[in-house]
Design a protein around this ligand. Structure first.
Ligand SMILES: Nc1ncnc2c1ncn2[C@@H]1O[C@H](COP(=O)(O)OP(=O)(O)O)[C@@H](O)[C@H]1O
Ligand SMILES: [Mg+2]
Length: 354
């Protein structure tokens, strides 16, 4: 090998991408180390051979076709292509082929370089996937909001509207029938008081559904306690709550996120798990708030469902928005645990938890 050839070779081998030079008949004249590794052959088995001898036949034919195209058009061609490697994985390449000309300007071959862009492609796919998840999530949240409004409007109309109408009618009766006996009058007043009491209860329930005041007034532990109590009552699932011994110190955004994530996890436990017990652990240590919800139900196989539902995505996004993380652990027949870690003090709201 002459000094020039050695230099050329050194430069070529320094390139991490596959690089080659071919003559007019697509025979390899020069290849670098990365090329030899990619086709799994030593240089001596590649030189003077065509792509059909070196690569699987269908790719070989394709490579010869593109060589021809580049030589006929006399122009550089750049394109993305993919191949399945021997272990069956799909790899993507960004390939550039350029015609080589002699001093008279006639095309005498091609040179090419091909870069493995699989990681970039995967990242692009992940990005597209996560964009579409976010779009779905946003549509879902919108529909949930609409549903919630419909439900609240119905409750206001059906429960409060009816009660207030009943009170109104009762008062009118008392107003028009002045001759009413004391007994009867008192009975009417009692009946109306009862309706008023149940109206107050309805208002409290509807308000608590919207945002439990207890969360703002008594803090997260009490709100969780209240949530678990009503969950246990409605679902016949025993709930255990483990709280830190020291008072909590984190802001309202974190409390809200933890509360909503717990609500969503409990909804999943009651809808999907067939569990008989749930353990909820809240920790506040080392700059992180941690919530772990573990049920003893059916569990699910995350690998087989690949895509999480919007409930799980929503929980993850809530944690993410506060710089936190959500960990889901589940195996068939071994229950499920959802764990959220949120760093304290990332939010501008500094209202402290009581
Ligand atoms: N605690 C759980 N136990 C068993 N399966 C669960 C549990 N939580 C979630 N899953 C499974 O994960 C899926 C996705 O949950 P999610 O994202 O909340 O969507 P959805 O509740 O609307 O189905 C559920 O359909 C269910 O199969
Ligand atoms: Mg759900």
């Amino acid at each position: 090998m002459s000094k020039d050839d050695e230099l050329q070779k050194a430069i070529l081998n320094n390139i991490p991408d596959q690089a080659w030079l071919k003559d007019k008949d697509s025979r390899y004249i020069l290849v670098n180390d990365a090329f030899c590794v990619a086709c799994g052959l030593p240089e001596s088995d590649i030189l003077n051979k065509t792509p059909i001898d070196v690569w699987p036949a269908d790719w070989g034919c394709e490579y010869i076709d593109t060589d021809r195209r580049v030589m006929e058009q006399g122009e550089r061609l750049r394109y993305e292509e993919w191949r399945h490697t021997e272990d069956g994985t799909l790899r993507w390449y960004d390939t550039i082929k350029t015609p080589i000309r002699n001093e008279q300007g006639e095309v005498i071959g091609t040179t090419g370089i091909s870069r493995d862009i699989t990681d970039r492609k995967m990242a692009e796919e992940d990005l597209l996937e996560s964009r579409s998840q976010l779009r779905e999530l946003s549509a879902y949240l919108q529909s949930v909001r609409e549903e919630e409004r419909t439900r609240i409007s119905r409750e206001l109309h059906d429960e409060l509207g009816q009660s207030l109408t009943a009170i109104r009618i009762g008062l009118s009766v008392m107003e028009t029938r002045r001759e009413m006996q004391d007994d009867e009058w008192l009975q009417n007043v009692h009946a109306l008081k009862k309706i008023a009491d149940s109206t107050v209860e309805s208002v409290q329930r509807i308000a608590a559904d919207l945002r439990p005041l207890i969360l703002d007034e008594l803090g997260l532990p009490s709100a969780i306690d209240w949530l678990l109590e009503s969950f246990a009552k409605r679902n016949a699932i025993t709930c255990e709550l483990i709280l830190p011994s020291t008072p909590l110190a984190f802001n309202r955004d974190i409390s809200t996120a933890i509360f909503r994530i717990l609500q969503e996890s409990l909804t999943n436990v009651s809808r999907h798990s067939h569990a008989t017990s749930v353990v909820v652990v809240l920790k506040d240590a080392k700059g992180f708030v941690t919530l772990k919800v573990t049920d003893n139900g059916d569990g699910f196989d995350r690998a087989s469902s690949r895509k999480d539902g919007l409930g799980l995505i929503g929980m993850r996004e809530r944690a993410f928005m506060l710089g936190g993380r959500l960990k889901i652990q589940s195996r068939l027949d071994s229950g499920t645990s959802i764990e959220v870690h949120i760093p304290k003090g990332t939010s501008s709201d500094s209202g402290e938890e009581k």
